[in-house]
Design a binder for this molecule. Structure first.
Ligand code: 4AD
Ligand code: MG
Length: 455
């Protein structure tokens, strides 16, 4: 039953049109003597269409039920609008109520808090702000594919259920069909072993990069991280490119180019929605996105980042020292206050990074890289991978991993091993950066966070 026009197309008309049919939800209704104004929105764009309904036309007898939230069909002629700020309005010749919405409809008034809107995640996409967020999310998902497909990367669907903990951080959700004590006999479980929801498609991605040269994944990822922060979700989408015959430099180049391309795409393709974010969410947004597109990112080795933090004279909640992880507050100081730019930090101490990263000649650091951006901190985590069999086996020992659990992964180093590198980018963190929306819960349709799996 897809017929009629979407409001986006109607509003883009270059000349008046006869006998137009539109369908949508009433945002507001104002009654005057003998006629009414409806603001009609169908989510196809930010703007609503103004509809003028004369009291005498067919269907107008139901106007009292054309309340905020009701769904309606309107037929009429598109004519230039005398009102300010809008080019067109629809002079209705017939209106029809499809579904009424009574006074309990929760989106009656503007100015609800983001916290309240999260409790009505099934209705919030009907608000201006969330309509914009989810249109941008859709456009950017397309832009991700376009970026990689234009560069001949092959899209690989890596498994969601897996037996390996790629990151070794122990933040896994268990998948089991057993009842009772699930650890007693893992071999009796559905997959005859312990299995989990994936925290990263990287390991499987490496296998495909070592066959198809350039690949990327783009799919859901799960982490049972008990961090109730504005930038952690238990279920999020990750983009993971992986390239054969590639070193850390080229990996950093790709990561930076990718972020710039996404910012540019959003500016070109989502201008109306971005203007809304700039007005109501983040006054700096336009300036920041232009800066990201036009200026090179700063690159510093981890040791230099630590030196900057130590010299800052700043009191941080978490300690700063060589060998410690950078915390969000440190990342944000580097990008927001010190460098005032996105920053790529590379060559981290091997102790604080996963087993698969390549050991540098100094024997101390590994070829890790994280891209940090203002307002968020880490958006990309990546590395050149350890392609030397002996070294990889030693790394695994250091991380208490059993080589027999990773036989297939070690095979990639036995047969035609090549230097290779890749990264993971959290799609929601990218969206936070490109929209200015400060909480990850507000860029996911239905967020999963500790203690919350509503909807
Ligand atoms: O830095 P991470 O843990 O790296 C990996 O998983 C690598 N295996 C990726 C690779 O090299 N192929 O995660 C990558 C990115 C982070 O930089 C962050 O943007 C995002 O994933 N991320 C999260 N986003 C939302 N909620 C969480 N709980 C996240 N954990 C990581
Ligand atoms: Mg990371």
């Amino acid at each position: 039953m897809v017929n009629g026009l979407i409001i986006k197309h109607v509003l883009a008309s270059t000349e008046p049109r006869q006998a137009v049919t539109v369908k949508g939800w009433v945002r507001t209704r104002r009654d005057a003597k003998g006629f009414s104004f409806l603001e009609l929105n169908d989510g196809s764009c930010l703007a609503s269409l103004q509809v003028v309904v004369d009291a005498g036309i067919p269907g107008a007898e139901h106007l009292p039920q054309f309340t905020t939230g009701a769904s309606v069909v309107v037929e009429g002629n598109l004519v230039p609008s005398p009102a300010k700020g809008q080019k067109w309005e629809l002079r209705a010749s017939r209106v029809e109520l499809v579904g009424a919405a009574d006074a309990s409809y929760p989106l009656q008034k503007k100015g609800h808090t983001m916290e309240f809107l999260r409790t009505i995640a099934h209705l919030r996409p009907r608000s201006n702000l969330f309509g914009a967020v989810f249109r941008v999310r859709s456009r950017l998902a397309f832009a991700v594919h376009k970026f990689f497909q234009d560069r001949d990367f092959v899209y690989v669907h890596t498994p969601i259920i897996t037996a390996s903990d790629c990151e070794g951080a122990g933040e896994l959700f268990r998948v089991t069909s057993l009842k009772g004590n699930i650890d007693e006999k893992p071999e009796a479980d559905f997959f005859s072993k312990r299995t989990f929801l994936t925290v990263s498609g990287q390991l499987e991605g490496e296998a495909f990069a070592c066959a198809l040269s350039r690949i990327y994944t783009f799919g859901p990822t799960f982490r049972a991280e008990n961090s109730n922060t504005a930038r952690h979700a238990a279920e999020f989408w990750m983009i993971e490119p992986e390239m054969a015959f590639c070193d850390l430099q080229a990996d950093m180049d790709l990561g930076e180019e990718f972020i710039k391309a996404m910012a540019q795409y959003a500016r070109e393709q989502c201008a109306d929605d971005l203007a809304l974010f700039e007005k109501f969410v983040d006054k700096e947004l336009g300036h920041r996105l232009r800066f990201v597109v036009e200026r090179p990112f700063v690159r510093v080795p981890y040791t230099e980042a630590i030196a900057v933090l130590k010299k800052s004279g700043r009191k941080f909640e978490f300690p700063v020292d060589y060998g410690l992880n950078l915390q969000a507050e440190h990342e944000r100081f580097l990008t927001e206050e010190h460098f005032k730019s996105p920053v790529t930090v590379y060559n981290y101490p091997r102790e604080i990074k996963p087993f698969y990263m390549r050991l540098n000649d100094d024997g101390q650091t590994v070829t890790a890289m994280d891209v940090l951006v203002p307002g968020i901190g880490e958006v990309i985590g990546g590395a050149q991978r350890e392609e030397r069999l002996d070294q990889l086996a030693e790394n695994m020992k250091l991380h208490n991993l059993k080589p027999e659990d990773y036989g297939w992964y070690l095979d990639l180093r036995r047969y035609g091993a090549v230097p290779h590198a890749g990264f993971g980018l959290g799609f929601e963190r990218l969206l936070m950066f490109l929209t200015g929306v400060p909480n990850i819960r507000d860029v996911i349709p239905f967020a999963r966070t500790p203690g919350n799996a509503e909807f």
